[in-house]
Design a protein around this ligand. Structure first.
Ligand SMILES: [Zn+2]
Length: 159
C-alpha cells in the first residue's frame, strides 16, 4: 500500500529526496517512505523519523523532473504511518503507540476539545477506524483521509 502525502504547502520544486528503510524486523531493508523537499525544508525528513541528523547515504539530489516540495510516498504499516503524522502535525497523545485506533480517537477528542481546524475530519477518520481496524480497506481509507487532513493542516499553518 502506498499513500501519497503532501506534508508542506511549499510551492518550490524539490531539490533533494530522502529515503527511509526499515532497520529491523522481518521487513528489514524495505522502503518505508521517500520524501522530496526543497532546500528550505531539507530538515523536515528528520521530523518524520525523530532522528537528530540526516543520513547522507539516504539523501540524494533530484534527477529528472523535480516533484513539488513536501511530496511523500508512504509505504509504512498503519501504526508507523500514524506515528509519522504525530511527529509532524497530528496531536495524538498515547502511552501505547501500537494501539493506533486508540491513538486516532485521542487525536480526534483532543482536536474537538481545543477546536482545532481538522477536528471534524479527525472525528470522521476515528469513527471509520473504530468500525474495522483490521480491514486493509479501512486502513487504506484511514491513511488516505489522514493524508488529506495533513495537507489541509499544512496549508493552514503555511508550513
Ligand atoms: Zn519547500
Amino acid at each position: 500500500m502506498t499513500v501519497h502525502r503532501q506534508i508542506t504547502s511549499c510551492q518550490a520544486h524539490a531539490t533533494i529526496t530522502v529515503t527511509h528503510r526499515a532497520s529491523r524486523g522481518t521487513n528489514r531493508g524495505s522502503l518505508l517512505w521517500q520524501v522530496y523537499v526543497c532546500d528550505r525544508h531539507r530538515l523536515l525528513p528528520l521530523q518524520l523519523t525523530g532522528a537528530s541528523s540526516l543520513n547522507h547515504k539516504a539523501t540524494h539530489p533530484i534527477t529528472g523532473t523535480p516533484p513539488r516540495c513536501g511530496t511523500l510516498h508512504d509505504h509504512q504499516p498503519i501504526h508507523q504511518a500514524i506515528e509519522s503524522h504525530a511527529r509532524t502535525w497530528l496531536h495524538a497523545p498515547t502511552e501505547h503507540p501500537d494501539r493506533w485506533v486508540e491513538r486516532l480517537s485521542n487525536a480526534a477528542a483532543l482536536a474537538a476539545h481545543v477546536g482545532a481546524g481538522q477536528a471534524g475530519a479527525l472525528d470522521q477518520i476515528a469513527r471509520i477506524a473504530e468500525a474495522g481496524p483490521d480491514s486493509p480497506v479501512v486502513q487504506a481509507r484511514v491513511l488516505e483521509l489522514l493524508a488529506r487532513a495533513e495537507t489541509a493542516a499544512a496549508a493552514a499553518a503555511r508550513r
